[in-house]
Design a protein around this ligand. Structure first.
Ligand code: GLN
Length: 431
């Protein structure tokens, strides 16, 4: 029954590229049996979960929404998927996305765009648009996305749901198809903050099979939920994050900040002089790392040769990455970008020294109408406020702050490395 509803909704939204009703039913029955027999069930028992199509799930098609991997069937479970299954989560299918996660609109999928149920006719954001919509349209309870420069927080903002990008290294990337591996993080989507925190409790934590996974004494991500006061919490408000944003978005986010003040939070004005450096730095590094990650799609092991079948944006990144990676240019571009990244990281950490979190808009613009033709730089400018957390490796969440003419607007909360549960706690106060 539930699956039939998902199928119908998917005809309207194209949030899923693959739905496996059969295996979901089997899992649900197995969990029911456990309950009947009085056996202990996992933290996600009975919850239906969608997975972005760039994360390996055994026996599902892991296409990254590209023709390149059209027939590629997952032969193993990524660490996050293993953990979800261990906790009795029911994986219902694979969600739509921008091709290879390179985008902010979910319009570049080889399998067609995804519709935004919260703002009909407009993009759902991206690249994890399918995962955001799956949750927003109640096609599943929770979903998983990946965030390299905003791909969880951006669609969460445009679809009016919760999205969370953990501190780099807190969630294992094992089994994720890289976009830019030094930025990529897997994270949750949900309709309320407690759902995201619950999923973090399951997928977070050290993974010895993955080299960027961090060994730390991870708290429970659900520990600080349910706050109804923000007494003693200091919020940083960065002037430049508001200067670059649409006035209507600024108004909505300011209302949320006022609400937080009413709950006892203190506000500190901050200034970040490097905002213009963030997009060029992010995209240069993204191009180089993506170029290197795509060399394995040469047509021998994984079907098609990527350059022959991919879309325009993926091709742009491959060509640019190959150009920048040439020895004679590395000092001119890549090394400079790495230096700029260190500078940005240092400055962001300085900003966070005297406050608990930084609050501001998630995305500076409202989502455009599907099919509007945008120049690459205009598409990239959606990301100016989200790439900062990836450049600095810090945790950041987005949740709905309000609406402009019915279109959802998100507020972003960014915090110090490894203070993921503090952010989730503060978000829960606003929920
Ligand atoms: N829009 C950004 C990009 O195209 C971010 C993508 C992402 O986070 N996967 O690179």
């Amino acid at each position: 029954m539930f699956c039939r509803t998902i199928g119908h909704k998917n005809d309207d939204y194209n949030a899923f590229l693959e739905i496996n009703e059969g295996s979901a039913h089997e899992r649900a029955e197995a969990i029911d049996k456990k309950i009947e027999n009085g056996e202990k069930v996992g933290k996600l028992a009975g919850l239906v979960i969608g997975i972005k199509s760039n994360i390996n799930v055994e026996d599902f098609h892991i296409t990254a929404a590209s023709k390149t991997l059209e027939n590629y069937l997952g032969s193993y479970d990524a660490t996050v998927v293993k953990r979800i299954k261990q906790e009795d989560g029911i994986i219902i299918g694979m969600t739509n996305m921008d091709e290879f996660a390179a985008g902010s609109s979910t319009e570049t999928s080889y399998f067609g765009h995804t519709e935004n149920p919260a703002a009909p006719g407009r993009i759902p954001g991206g690249s994890s648009g399918g995962s955001a919509v799956a949750v927003a349209a109640e096609m599943c309870d929770l979903s998983i996305g990946s965030d390299t420069g905003g791909s969880i927080r951006n669609p969460a903002s445009h679809c009016g749901v919760v999205g969370f990008k953990p501190t780099y290294g807190v969630v294992s990337r094992q089994g994720l198809l890289d976009l830019a591996m030094s930025f990529d993080q897997i994270g949750p989507f949900s309709r309320d903050v407690s759902g995201a925190a619950l999923l973090m409790d399951v997928i977070g934590g050290y993974d010895e099979t993955e080299c960027t996974s961090v060994k730390w004494d991870s708290p429970k991500f659900t520990d600080q939920l349910g706050q109804n006061s923000l007494e003693g919490t200091s919020l940083g408000v960065v002037k430049q994050f508001f200067d670059v944003s649409d006035d209507k978005i600024v108004n909505i986010v300011e209302e949320s900040i006022d609400k937080m003040k009413d709950m006892g939070a203190e506000v500190h004005e901050l200034s970040f002089d490097y905002i213009d450096l963030c997009l060029p730095t992010y995209y240069l590094i993204n191009y180089v790392e993506f170029f290197s990650a795509t060399r394995k799609y040469d047509g021998r092991k994984y079907g098609e040769r990527i350059e022959e079948v991919c879309g325009e944006e993926v091709l742009r990144r491959i060509y640019m990455g190959s150009y920048i990676s040439q020895k004679e240019f590395s000092g001119k571009y890549y090394k400079k970008a790495l230096q700029a990244r260190s500078l940005i990281k240092r400055e962001v950490n300085k900003l966070l020294q005297n406050v608990d979190v930084i609050v501001g808009p998630t995305v500076p613009m409202l989502p455009h109408k599907i099919g509007t033709s945008l120049e690459p730089m205009d598409m990239y400018s959606y990301d100016v406020l989200t790439v900062i957390a990836n450049l600095a490796g810090i945790p950041a969440g987005s949740m709905k702050a309000g609406e402009v003419n019915g279109i959802p607007v998100g507020i972003q909360i960014q915090g110090k490395p490894f203070e993921d549960s503090k952010i989730l706690g503060i978000m829960s106060a606003l929920d």
